[in-house]
Design a protein around this ligand. Structure first.
Ligand SMILES: *Cc1c(COP(=O)(O)O)cnc(C)c1O
Length: 367
């Protein structure tokens, strides 16, 4: 079976360095908010080109805390509206509703799967305060039109950069394009820890100071609490692991691009719609997502050929039981995407034979 994502094989590449890193942390006697975190934050800031990196417990917290930070800064207030792509992982929406803010779902572009900038203005009201855009599958979702809309309407631009470590647009890297960004280092992400972890990046010093305090019980000085914060910290051991993984991310991205380019050039089955690349060389291919009318049949066919695939995602947030009050919304492009998408295996540890096998099996599919 060709696995969708072989995490064991991915981390085995770095086993010696990871073991050294964990040994260093065990021996240090210091497990939270220490030198490992400071090193990772500094290196990740440099990698993204962002002034500030605040390590947090996971990607959802990063997004929640950015919005909470803006609320503390009085730039956003409860009940305000945040524009969010309708096709995203539910975490983007949870970050909004968790802060008593209102998600306003905007349809994506069917070709790129990312937020359609031409549809944003129609969704803006007096209560709109921010756009939370998602760089889905590893491709930057920001364009000049989106930046112009934010400038014109005074909106904050927040990036959900959970899937886009290192993705590029013009001369900027994911996480340093908008006002603030939430990153996830969940094990399966392109820059993945060996457990949960996340980070906020921002060039806004005030937001950086507030979010850093929010993650540590709302405290800057021990036992003095300025905000009603939470506990969301990136452990020393995950920071040490992430520093190892960060050293190899360029190679990882290059290998993913090789797989993606092979798929793009060699999948010729007319019943398959391939993903559209807008920013040449900027896509980091967290996922390689194809579309077909009878997706379940394709998935079954590939399974029979020994290929594991996944669906990102089968149910859009507005159709989830958790959001029953949004279930009535009609978002046809989003709904179609959720019915038709299938993610093929992609990673830096796939062999050429495996990559060819995937292409052969997809091309043999009788749609
Ligand atoms: C993974 C992911 C998140 C959440 O990250 P966690 O670290 O799992 O909390 C948020 N948004 C998107 C688009 C994701 O893919």
């Amino acid at each position: 079976m060709i696995k969708f994502l072989d995490l064991q094989k991915i981390n085995a590449q770095f086993a010696t360095e990871l073991k050294e890193a964990s040994q260093r942390v065990i021996d240090s006697g210091w497990y939270l908010l220490g030198a490992e975190l400071a090193t990772f934050e500094r290196d990740y800031a440099e990698y993204c080109g962002a002034k500030n990196v605040i390590g947090v417990a996971n990607g959802l917290d990063a997004l929640r805390m950015i919005l909470k930070g803006y609320i503390e800064l009085d730039l956003i207030k409860k009940g305000d509206e945040i524009i969010v792509p309708a096709n995203t992982y539910i975490a983007s929406v949870l970050a909004i509703t968790d802060n008593d803010l209102i998600p306003v779902f905007v349809e994506p572009n069917l070709k790129t799967y990312n937020l359609d900038s031409s549809k944003i203005e129609a969704a803006i009201t007096k209560k709109t305060k921010a756009i939370l855009t998602v760089h889905l599958y590893g491709q930057i979702s920001i364009d000049q039109q989106m930046l112009d809309i934010c400038a014109k309407h005074g909106l904050k631009l927040i990036e959900d950069a959970a899937q886009s470590h290192g993705a590029q647009w013009q001369d900027k890297i994911s996480g340093a394009i908008g006002d603030a960004a939430g990153h996830s280092f969940y094990p399966g992400k392109n820059l993945g820890g060996l457990g949960d972890a996340g980070a906020i990046t921002t060039n806004d010093e005030e937001l950086a100071t507030i979010t850093k305090a929010l993650g540590n019980y709302g405290s800057i000085k021990k036992y003095e609490n300025i905000y009603q914060g939470l506990n969301s910290r990136l452990d020393e051991i995950q920071a040490a692991f992430l520093s190892v993984k960060l050293k190899h991310i360029k190679k990882d991205i290059a290998a993913r691009r090789k797989v993606a380019n092979y798929y793009l050039q060699n999948i010729t089955n007319p019943s398959i719609v391939l993903p559209e690349v807008v920013h040449k060389d900027g896509h980091v291919w967290h996922l390689f997502v194809i579309r077909t009318e009878n997706r379940d049949k394709l998935q079954k066919h590939l399974h029979e050929q020994g290929i594991q695939t996944l669906i990102h995602y089968p149910i859009p947030p507005h159709k989830q039981e958790a959001y029953s009050h949004y279930n009535h919304l009609r978002l046809p492009i989003t709904e179609r995407i959720h019915e038709e998408v299938l993610s093929l295996p992609i990673s830096a540890v796939m062999t050429e034979i495996e990559i060819e096998k995937v292409v052969d099996a997809v091309n043999k599919y009788n749609g």
